[in-house]
Design a protein around this ligand. Structure first.
Ligand SMILES: [Zn+2]
Ligand SMILES: [Zn+2]
Length: 252
């Protein structure tokens, strides 16, 4: 499968990147299946550099903070008002209540105001199929209901942390994965609040303990130096380590 970093700025869009959005593609049914992991604020713009919007097959949201979901409001406009006619509803997986939350964000009168454009699904317990992928969502440690996601194409495995503090479910989900896309919002030594985010070092420890082949650090806020976060991670992970940057593609 192929992973493209669409947006990777932490917590809010930065001057050089939209907020969280990752495009995951794999062959399916004679064509290509395209899954978005998160669609944070600003991400619908650069997404169009990588794929025509009508070719997106599904969206999986880690949680309902603005920097992970809010551009579904913009995608709603595209799907509803496209001059070629409305587009069919798109499958969106996420925390319970995502449809109502996003309808309110767009100031729609009805709680299910986006049901013509999106079909919202809560994450089931255990794994589920999504095109060529088997997806597993695990609850992680964040102030709102939040999930890390494991995406397998039957051969290779990508794990995305979403937003989380250090927690056992993330470690279990990441076991023996080929690529761990892990948030690293904090730097060591700061007075970091608990149950919120990882440092680069903490992300590296998760990857090393889980036996991940590759670690890509993401969700670094514009107020931190990505290089400093990378340097904090490097001593703690023996595999291939890199920083997410917009437009970068990985063959997982
Ligand atoms: Zn975030
Ligand atoms: Zn968050």
């Amino acid at each position: 499968m192929r992973l493209t970093i669409v947006g990777c700025s932490g917590s809010f869009p930065g001057p050089d990147s939209a907020a969280s959005c990752y495009l995951v593609e794999a062959p399916y049914d004679g064509g290509t299946f395209r899954l978005l992991l998160d669609l944070g604020n600003g991400a619908l713009g650069p997404l169009q550099r990588h794929v025509s919007l009508d070719l997106i097959d599904a969206v999986a949201l880690s949680h309902l903070h603005a920097d992970h979901c809010l551009d579904l409001c913009s995608f709603y406009v595209v799907r509803k008002y496209h001059p070629g006619g409305p587009w069919p509803p798109l499958d969106v997986y996420g925390p319970a209540g995502a449809g109502a939350r996003l309808s309110r964000a767009y100031d729609l009168a009805a709680e299910d105001g986006m049901s013509g454009q999106f079909t919202f699904h809560s994450y089931p317990d255990g794994e589920f199929g999504l095109g060529p992928f088997t997806v597993t969502a695990a609850r992680v440690d964040h102030p709102v209901t939040a999930y890390a996601l494991r995406v397998s194409d039957g051969d290779r495995v990508l794990v995305y942390s979403g937003d989380t503090g250090p927690c056992a479910p993330l470690g279990r989900l990441a076991e023996e994965c080929d690529l761990l896309l892990a948030e690293a919002s904090f730097v060591e030594g700061a007075d970091n609040p608990p149950h919120l985010h990882l440092t680069g070092k903490q992300a590296a420890v998760v990857a090393e303990t889980a036996g991940a082949q590759r670690l890509v650090l993401t969700h670094i806020p514009p107020w931190h130096s990505p290089q400093a976060v990378l340097e904090e991670a490097a001593p703690h992970f023996a595999g291939h380590l890199s920083l997410a940057s917009p437009g970068t593609t990985y063959d997982v």
